[in-house]
Ligand binder design. Structure first.
Ligand code: ZN
Length: 119
């Protein structure tokens, strides 16, 4: 789909993106996120597009960013969503969760987490 976006200097351009995120990186539920219409082309260190979304769930409602990496001339593909937050399915408690590296959550295969709670 087409998107009108701009860089930090306000220079507008029309780009193609492949899709909206279908999963919230904070509550890890499948969602159709609300597009907050705040997106920007970031040049450094790699050319990418960042779009701001909001989770539509009543129990979440958090804002997150979808990052799109360049896949062709004026085309960008969804690469990751940030911030990735861990969900304490096992009941470790906040003290243990604070010590877990965020990298234990794979941004490319969030279904791993999904299978833990069976939802
Ligand atoms: Zn959410």
């Amino acid at each position: 789909m087409q998107l009108r976006t701009q860089d930090r200097f306000g220079q507008q351009s029309i780009i193609n993106i492949d899709k909206d995120p279908d999963r919230c990186p904070i509550c890890h539920h499948g969602i159709a996120p609300k597009d907050l219409q705040r997106d920007v082309i970031v040049i450094h260190p790699l050319r990418m597009v960042e779009r701001v979304f909001q989770c539509p769930r009543d129990k979440c409602g958090h804002i997150f960013i979808g990052r799109y990496s360049m896949s062709g001339p004026n085309s960008f593909g969804l690469a990751e969503t940030v911030p990735q937050e861990l969900v304490d399915h096992v009941g470790f408690g906040a003290e243990v969760m604070a010590y877990l590296p965020i990298s234990t959550v794979s941004t490319t295969s969030p279904r791993k987490l999904r299978s833990v709670d069976g939802s």
